[in-house]
Structure formats: structure tokens, C-alpha cells
Design a protein. Structure first.
Length: 463
């Protein structure tokens, strides 16, 4: 596949400029066959890292467009191959004409992520850095941008390399003892020092593994479930937070029968809000399915907003509590007393008294008129508990990395157990090798073609 020369449009449709990337062994030759500089030497005779102004012509010598061509020569390019980038006018017609011309001249349409995959295969970056490219393209907040930049620069890879070097040191000492197993009195590694080193490695891997909860929330958004009885104002609150009419608002009970979801960015943190079906007793089979999904979303949420209609002192309060509280789990609960503009201070105190047995923060709001919206957003940021992310932080955001680190953590804990219980060196060595394998899998030292295919198929074409 790497012997093919590939091409793809690398810019979004609708811009003033459109860029076509060409990469592979014949990239310069094929580009030269359709491009004529306005003056000077042909493209193939020009130096790398130069821009050349000229025109693209088809086989009938008809001018397609005036363009700028950037020239890169192996191995000093993004992919590590000879490459060109053709900057055309942004017309979709022009871009398609140039693409068809390049394909007729010998290029192949690039697969999703193939440029970055070639960069990985040609040693320009390791696999975790390649995955960070996709994260950088899709970053939607300052935090996701910082994490992607840090990983793409190799910060995470260096941390893993350091761990692997330490593991290799332990492995070499233990396997050296195995080579002299007939001399039981020989001990090349002080067991107390090995335990201390293995404990340090276990602590570091555990820290990385535990960071996934935060990393997943940063990358995909903090899941926030909006729950409550029907007509409590859940959909009104969702529309208020999103600044658009996403959910249907009606006085009719049971309007929301399924999960409605959308994301917003609040103070640099992405929140994923989920409006759920109202909780009530009903004979409607479809509505009951929606209520069951409400409980599922509660179990998956980091934050739960429990909407309460302040004008209704909840004749079903006891029943609602019994239905809601068991599903809260480890989520942080915020009770929102809605329609607070319609009640007096005495009624407010009565509501607070009814909820003294509910362990949660509480706020009075008016979703209809947008009152206390800023205070609510500040409270959400506080409840999210997302730390300030710096470029030196190592936070795991990738599920594949998390799974490999979890397996590595199990392996190093088996090593520690073996060292403490005096397990034979060959068994300890096997667990050490498994730990090294899992860390190597993250950076792509031992990754299979199937894994590579699954990773790069999720990239956009042109990257």
C-alpha cells in the first residue's frame, strides 16, 4: 500500500481556498505532469520547502486553475515521503477536476487517516502521537486542545518509555539470575530495591489509569442527566442551557419520551446534557420505556440535576425519593427548585425542609425566565471537578490506552505479589514481560494490522 501515491482534499468544503495533498513515491512526478510554473524550473528540479506559483492544465491543455504548490521531499515531510500540497481556489468543481486529473495520472484516493498512518509507519511519530492528531482535529475546548498537543508532542510517549526502561531493568536482573539458576546463592537483584522500584511503577501506572475518568469527561463532555417528574421544567432548562429550542416544551404530561442529548461549553469545560423522560406512574408502555432509560442515564451520569416543581409540594415526594435515590450512585446531585418566582419565602423553607434527608446541593431557579443561569453554570463547573489542565499533565483520554494500562496495572501488581511472596523468578519475569507488552502496545511497537485499521478508519480523509 505504501508504494501507491495517494491524493485527497484536505480542507473543508465552502472555504475560499482548497488544498489537495499528494504523497508517495511518484508525488512530485505526478504533480509536475499537471502543473506548469509561471516561470523558472519545473517542479521536479526545485528545492524542498518552496512554494511555486503556476497553473493546472488537463490533458487537453485547458487551464483548470491558478494554484500554489508546496514541495516536500522524503524523509522531511509529514508522511516521511515525497509530498506536494496544491492550494487551489475553493470551488468544489475545481477541486474535483484536479482530483480526477491526479487519479488519471496515477494517484489513488487516500483512505481515512492514511497520511497519518504513513507517518506512523515511516517512523515520523509513534501510535499514541498519531491518535493525538485525530484528537487535535476534533478538539472543542482549551482542555482537549492542551491534552492533544501534549500527547502529539510526545509527552505521554516519553512517560511510557521511562516506565518501560524501568521494567526492562527489573526484567534483565531477574532473567540474569535465571541464567545462573544452578547457583542458587547468586542474587543479582536486591529484592527490597526491586519491590521499591515495582511499587513506584505500579503507582505511576495506577495514576495514569485513574486519570481516565477525568480524561474521558474532558474529551467527551461531563455527562449531566436532567431528571424529575413530568412538567417540572426539564426540557425548558435544557433549552435554556443550550440557548436553542432543542426539546419540545408543553403543558401536556409525558411529552419527553426518550433521551434528548446535546453539548455546550461552559468556562472551557464541555458538558453533555441529557434531558430524560419525566418520572411518573403511567400505563403507557412507550413512556415507561423512556422512564427506564432515565434511570439508565442516571447511573451513567457524573452530575444529576433533579428538577422539582416548586409550585407543587409533591404529593408523591416520598415515592419519587424512593425511585430516584437508589439510582444516583456516585454521581453528584443538585436539586433545582424550578418556578421559584411563583412561591414565597415560607414555601421555599418548606421545600428545603422536605429535602433535608436528600444529600445534595440545592438551588432555586426559574428556567422559564432564565433566572440564576449564571449561578447554575458556576455550580456545574464546580461539581464537574475538572482540574486545570496544563501542557505537562498526563491524562488518559483514549479508551484503547486505558484498556492497555489496566492490563499493565494487573501485571505489575502480580509482579509485586510475586516479589513479596518469594515466587520463582520465571513466573515474575513472565508478568514483567506482559506489562512491557501492554505499554508497548500503546505506542505501537507491537500493534497488529487489525488494530491499526480500527484506529485510522476513524480519521477524516485528508489527514
Amino acid at each position: 500500500m505504501n508504494q501507491d501515491t495517494i491524493c485527497a482534499i484536505a480542507t473543508a468544503q465552502g472555504g475560499a481556498i482548497g488544498i489537495i495533498r499528494v504523497s508517495g513515491p511518484r508525488a512530485i512526478e505526478i504533480t509536475s505532469s499537471v502543473f506548469a510554473p509561471i516561470q523558472g524550473a519545473p517542479l521536479s528540479d526545485r528545492k524542498a520547502y518552496t512554494l511555486t506559483f503556476g497553473k493546472i492544465y488537463n490533458e487537453e491543455n485547458e487551464e483548470i486553475d491558478e494554484v500554489l504548490v508546496s514541495l516536500f521531499k522524503a524523509p522531511h515531510s509529514y508522511t516521511g515521503e515525497d509530498s506536494t500540497e496544491i492550494a487551489c481556489h475553493g470551488s468544489s468543481y475545481i477541486l474535483q477536476q484536479v482530483m480526477q486529473l491526479l487519479i488519471r495520472k496515477g494517484c489513488r484516493m487516500a483512505n481515512p487517516g492514511e497520511y497519518t498512518q504513513r507517518a506512523f509507519l515511516n517512523g515520523k511519530m509513534d501510535l499514541s502521537q498519531a491518535e493525538a492528531v485525530a484528537d487535535l482535529v476534533s478538539s472543542s475546548s482549551a482542555a482537549t486542545h492542551r491534552l492533544a498537543i501534549n500527547q502529539m508532542r510526545g509527552g505521554f510517549s516519553k512517560e511510557l518509555k521511562n516506565l518501560r526502561d524501568q521494567l526492562l531493568h527489573i526484567t534483565s536482573l531477574i532473567e540474569l539470575e535465571l541464567d545462573f539458576s544452578d547457583h542458587e546463592e547468586l542474587e543479582f537483584a536486591n529484592r527490597d530495591e526491586l519491590k521499591a522500584l515495582a511499587s513506584h511503577i505500579e503507582e505511576t501506572i495506577a495514576k495514569l489509569t485513574n486519570s481516565f475518568n477525568v480524561g474521558n469527561a474532558i474529551k467527551n463532555g461531563v455527562p449531566v442527566a436532567i431528571i424529575g417528574e413530568t412538567n417540572a421544567g426539564k426540557s425548558t432548562l435544557l433549552n435554556l442551557l443550550l440557548h436553542e429550542d432543542k426539546a419540545i416544551v408543553s403543558d401536556i404530561h409525558g411529552t419527553t419520551r426518550d433521551v434528548i442529548e446535546d453539548t455546550i461549553n461552559v468556562q472551557g469545560i464541555t458538558f453533555r446534557f441529557i434531558d430524560t423522560a419525566g418520572i411518573r406512574q403511567t400505563e403507557d408502555e412507550i413512556e415507561n420505556l423512556g422512564i427506564e432509560r432515565t434511570f439508565q442515564q442516571m447511573r451513567q451520569a457524573n452530575i444529576i440535576l433533579w428538577m422539582v416543581d416548586s409550585t407543587d409540594l409533591l404529593s408523591r415526594l416520598h415515592e419519587i425519593k424512593k425511585e430516584v435515590i437508589p439510582h444516583i450512585g456516585e454521581a453528584k446531585l443538585l436539586v433545582l427548585f424550578n418556578k421559584s418566582d411563583l412561591i414565597n419565602e415560607q414555601e421555599r423553607q418548606a421545600l428545603l425542609s422536605d429535602f433535608t434527608d436528600v444529600p445534595s446541593d440545592k438551588m432555586f431557579i426559574s428556567a422559564k425566565y432564565g433566572k440564576q443561569l449564571n449561578e447554575l453554570e458556576n455550580k456545574l463547573v464546580c461539581l464537574s471537578a475538572i482540574p486545570e489542565v496544563t501542557e505537562n499533565d498526563f491524562i488518559v483520554t483514549n479508551v484503547r490506552h486505558y484498556e492497555a494500562l489496566s492490563k499493565a496495572l494487573d501485571s505489575i501488581r502480580r509482579v509485586l505479589y510475586g516479589l513479596k511472596t518469594g515466587l520463582s523468578g520465571d513466573l515474575i519475569s513472565e508478568d514483567l514481560r506482559q506489562c512491557i507488552y501492554e505499554l508497548s502496545d500503546i505506542v505501537g511497537d507491537v500493534t497488529t494490522d487489525e488494530v491499526l485499521g480500527n484506529i485510522f478508519k476513524n480519521f477524516c480523509i485528508g489527514k
